[in-house]
Design a protein around this ligand. Structure first.
Ligand code: NAD
Length: 335
């Protein structure tokens, strides 16, 4: 039995979390949940965005599943996602994007099956910013380390080797970012020498964006820095049906937090119509991480069967099922 720290989050978070829990219970997945919330709802109740009890639970269980969290706008509120990623050195942001039968997109026929590795703790999101009020100039530092670059590039190649993938593409801007960009380029070349059976190429980020739109099926595993990865991962989601259907994970050497990458959807919160697919797919990545491959494949097959039938899906996918009905449809499709 695996104990998982469960962070339902805000808005539609608790609704889609419940759907995932129901599916796991019906499938008799060997996990038990330890619920510790964070975010706006928790802040309203206790005055704390990220309670100590949540850190304690994560440090004990080492694996978490997180719903979307409303980030209060205004000074002094640091993003909860960025805080957790940096505190626990969750340096890999894993974002798979795959075309699925039944999910409409402009590329529905393309057979896209790409996994993006985004460096998750450095670059322009390091939090190193200064504002010189007198001169009216703000500087944000794009901190890239040799160690951080090596770790993310190696992780991408190791994933490719483990999952029978053929090619790793580094997306970078070393032609302009002579120092920071070159560190990533060197790290990727170094990792590619360690995995000679995996094809390696590098592409400059602007060309990469164009190639992804023109011919996305040419890519397999992509590795890149924090800012480029943030943008590319949503671009990839857009190619396969949007943020409501893609999974995400933040992985370190000894902790991993799996999350829905969409937001808390305040416009539909409480209506019971949110699509739980993204959180469920993230939970399936979690099962793979825990070594529960058979259960992950079984639930994935039931989910894909549900997605093939529009009438079994939620409104955003063209159906009319509620969140709970969608979960029940997945349960009914379990073999
Ligand atoms: P959003 O993703 O919450 O919503 C954008 C649109 O997509 C809305 O129309 C919403 O109804 C729809 N949508 C999103 N998820 C859906 C689902 N599962 N099923 C059906 N429809 C869905 O983005 P936003 O409105 O820009 O952000 C709302 C809040 O979420 C903000 O406070 C933002 O900071 C936060 N946010 C959190 C995360 C996170 O915790 N990972 C990510 C993005 C945004």
């Amino acid at each position: 039995m695996h104990t998982i720290t469960l962070i339902p989050g805000d808005g539609i978070g608790p609704e889609i979390t419940r759907a995932v829990q129901d599916i796991f219970t019906a499938a008799q997945v060997p996990v038990q949940w330890e619920e510790q919330n964070a975010g706006q709802t928790t802040f309203d109740q206790s005055g704390e965005l990220l309670p100590q009890a949540l850190f304690d639970s994560l440090e004990k269980n080492r694996v978490g599943l997180k719903g979307p969290i409303t980030t209060p706008v205004g000074k002094g509120f640091r993003s909860i996602n960025v805080t957790l990623r940096q505190k626990y050195d969750l340096y890999q942001n894993l974002r798979p994007a795959k075309t699925t039968e039944g999910i409409a997109s402009r590329y529905a026929e393309s057979g896209i099956d790409v996994v993006l590795f985004r460096e998750n703790t450095e670059g322009l999101y390091s939090g190193l910013e200064v504002y010189d009020e007198q001169r009216g100039i703000a500087d944000s530092f794009n901190r890239i380390s040799v160690e951080g670059s090596r770790k993310i590039c190696r992780a991408a190649f190791a994933y490719a080797a483990k999952h029978g993938r053929k090619k790793v593409t580094l997306a970078h801007k070393a032609n302009i970012l002579k120092m920071a960009g070159t560190l990533m380029l060197n790290a990727a070349q170094e990792a590619s020498r360690e995995f000679p059976h995996i094809q390696y190429e590098d592409k400059i980020i602007d060309n990469m964006c164009m190639q992804l739109v023109i011919k996305p099926e040419q890519f397999d595993v992509i590795v890149t820095t924090n800012l480029f990865g943030d943008i590319l991962s949503d671009l990839l989601a857009g190619l396969v049906g949007g943020l409501g259907v893609v999974a995400g994970a933040n992985i370190g050497d000894d902790m991993a937090i799996f999350e829905a990458v969409h937001g808390s959807a305040p416009d539909i919160a409480g209506k019971g119509i949110a699509n739980p697919t993204a959180l469920l797919r993230s939970a399936l990545l979690m099962l793979e991480h825990l070594g529960e491959h058979t259960q992950a494949k079984r639930i994935e097959a039931a989910l894909n069967e549900t997605l093939r039938h529009r009438e079994q899906c939620t409104g955003d996918l063209g159906g009319s099922a509620s969140t709970q009905q969608f979960a029940q449809n997945v349960i009914n499709n379990l073999k």
